[in-house]
Design a binder for this molecule. Structure first.
Ligand code: LLP
Length: 419
């Protein structure tokens, strides 16, 4: 987990006092440090590129804010998109269609056509998608998502590579699927698998890539198909807890590229990191609105709940918490950090040792760059919050907070109900 500078008891983030950001922009607010995203991109790109030609497809479901996408476009990243909305958002941020790979699952023909019409390559998730794509665009270059039968992830909900998940074409029928694609006129140039998200070990990556290399060789033998790239998906873990160790991307890169280079004639590897790229670039600042002490527990009530950050409530995920304006104060007791949503499951953190809280304190939630704003909602009719970008002490608003009016924007009351 990333540590932040302490300026006389005030947490510093991107060269700015976190509590002053909260003061100036209001809370809750997501605060992203541009330099961290750039560093993360360079680190993971170099880890792979030093072994073989590498393409980083940022999985923009992690954070699809336009400013974040601009930063990664400038760095030279490509995009992993899973919906027409993500494709169009990436293009709006300046990505050329040739830098986007679309890996939708359970998608209809209308969406497949809309994506193909934009010139974006499709990574087919099923035999049906292959057949429908061939009707829409018979000569399309494409790739195929394989279910490698090897999964990993920080919890079952995000393990996408296991045999009993909905994703991809089962490994044992993959060669036939490639054969069928060629028969229909398509031009398969890639193979893809994604084991899951937040896996910490190296074996699931190497096991899945071994499955991909076997299929790559089989389709060369059986159908004379020469693939251009092997896409190993994302899933690179990030430490969320103090002193947590996760497998280094360097180690994964070395092991995976070794397998590809030794066992196939494919010379380009693609990776799809989402979390790795943005997770530690962002903190969520929320204000303590209420301190409650009971016989069984103490609560720090804040203005951010699972509408703003759902990961703790939905996955049981750990996000580190600190009081930004009491950064050097000793911990005094244990608290649950809870939000304003009217459900018992609304919490950001449980049983955390923290300094004595007071209403008005600014609470910083760490590692809020991935699957945080992008999974936020307006539940309980609370408009989504704003986002700011910091860079060497400079701050820019990259998303205005929504207003209550925004909640009603697309609703209509039938005339007869207005009487
Ligand atoms: N590629 C594909 C095809 C994916 O489905 C995903 C994530 C990724 C790449 C990126 O995985 P990453 O590098 O970020 O682990 N909402 C969950 C995570 C869901 C990830 C789904 N797919 C969370 O908050 O932990």
């Amino acid at each position: 987990m990333r540590d932040f500078e302490n300026d006389g008891g005030h947490m510093m983030f991107g060269g700015v006092r976190a509590d002053s950001i909260a003061e100036r922009y209001g809370t809750p607010v997501y605060v992203t440090d541009e330099n961290i995203i750039r560093e993360n991109y360079k680190r993971i790109y170099n880890a792979f590129a030093k072994h073989m030609e590498a393409r980083v497809h940022y999985a923009c479901k992690a954070n699809s804010s336009l400013a974040v996408l601009r930063i990664l476009e400038q760095e030279g990243s490509c995009i992993d998109a899973v919906s027409i909305g993500e494709v169009m958002t990436a293009m709006r941020a300046g990505f050329d269609a040739s830098r986007i790979l679309y890996t939708g699952t359970s998608v209809g023909s209308a969406e497949l056509k809309a994506v193909a019409d934009l010139g974006v390559m499709i990574n087919a998730d099923s035999l049906s998608a292959i057949e429908r794509l061939a009707k829409i665009r018979p000569d399309a270059k494409m790739s195929v998502r394989i279910n490698p039968g090897v999964g990993a992830g920080h919890c079952d909900k995000v393990n996408t590579g296991a045999k009993d998940t909905k994703f991809g074409i089962p490994a044992d029928t993959a060669a036939d699927a490639y054969g069928r694609a060629v028969e229909l006129g398509l031009e398969p140039i890639g193979i893809h698998a994604h084991i899951g998200s937040g896996g910490q070990g190296i074996e699931p990556f190497t096991d899945a890539v071994s499955v991909l290399t076997e299929i790559t060789n089989r389709i060369k033998d059986d159908h004379d198909i020469d693939l251009e790239f092997i896409d190993m998906g994302g899933g690179f873990g990030v430490p969320y807890r103090p002193n947590e160790q996760v497998t280094d991307a360097e180690e994964i890169a070395e092991a995976v590229t070794d397998i590809i280079l030794n066992e196939t004639s494919v010379r380009t590897v693609a990776i799809e990191p989402g979390r790795y790229m943005v997770c530690d670039s962002t903190i969520l600042l929320t204000r303590c609105t209420d301190v409650k002490r009971t016989e069984v527990k103490n609560y720090i009530g804040t203005d951010a709940g699972f509408n703003t950050l759902i990961r703790p409530a939905f996955y049981g995920s750990y996000h580190h918490v600190a009081i930004a304006n009491k950064f050097n104060k000793a911990c005094e007791g244990k608290y649950d950090v809870v939000g304003p949503i009217c459900e018992t499951g609304d919490f950001l953190a449980r049983d955390r040792a923290l300094p004595m809280p007071e209403e008005g304190d600014v609470i910083a939630i760490y590692n809020a760059g991935a699957y945080s704003f992008s999974m936020s909602s307006t539940y309980n009719s609370r408009p989504r919050c704003s986002e700011v970008l910091v860079c060497d002490g400079k701050i820019d608003v990259i998303r205005e907070p929504e207003t209550t009016e925004d909640l009603w924007r697309h609703q209509k009351i039938p005339e007869r109900l207005l009487k």
